[in-house]
Design a protein around this ligand. Sequence first.
Ligand code: TA6
Length: 288
Amino acid sequence: TKYKNGIQQVLLQNPRGASARVSLHGGQVLSWKTDRGEELLFISSKANFKPPAAVRGGIPICFPQFGNRGSLEQHGFARNRMWLIDENPPPLHSSDSNGKAYIDLLLKPSEEDLRIWPHSFEFRLRVALDFDGHLIFTSRVRNINSKPFSFSIAYRTYFSISDISEVRVEGLETLDYLDNLCQRERFTEQGDALTFESEVDRVYLSSSDVIAVFDHQKKRTFLIRKEGLPDVVVWNPWEKKSKATVDLGDEEYKQMLCVDGAAIEKPVTLKPGEEWTGRLDLSVVASI
Ligand code: TA6
């Protein structure tokens, strides 16, 4: 545990020296490093670390609403709240913990939150680093209310890349997507890998298998595996939107790409007492 700007952060390390740093503000991962100390996540040089705003970069969690698809602030309030360390979480499946360095965090709505979103929940987040350096999120959202509620969720993952014009994403071919730049109209992705030459802001629907993000210059590939998260958001702000984003450097869109495991098109509905579990497993491999 360490403190940065008065905010508690938890450092996870595995026996090989890979590491991750999780801030209790937002439950946000701010760093994920290989066993050679290479930083894998993008953090803006203009990031604002003062609460309540989420830090621009790392992996903020968009919950209980993605984007502005509802009455809450953009991307919901979970990323702007202080989470607690969960000392005695209900037992998770052993595969979620054996051989892993992990921390359990808990978010419960404040009275203020319940005024804007009248659904009482417990959001238990386990952030784990396994022996091979995979960064694994296990999310459990339980409805502790007396009425059903629905939510959408996305792990907004800012991957650090060397040059957006030399990045290729595979695993989204032929999927339908909702284009945020065209009133969320539905389109169908063509048959080959996704490359980038302008702003992209899309929700790909029901992607099931592994998504691969190839960074050509760094000769490395990020792999994204997920359970309970049918959708994938792909976002790069490009130049114009970067210039309009105060906590993002004008040229920094070239070094970042967001590819987020998410459940958006079909929000998750929980009956009273019901619990939803979603898993995201991020890893990086050397690629030829
Ligand atoms: O990808 C969805 C999106 O809403 C984009 O339109 C852009 O606004 C991005 O998320 C960043 O949102 P934020 O609230 O983190 O600045």
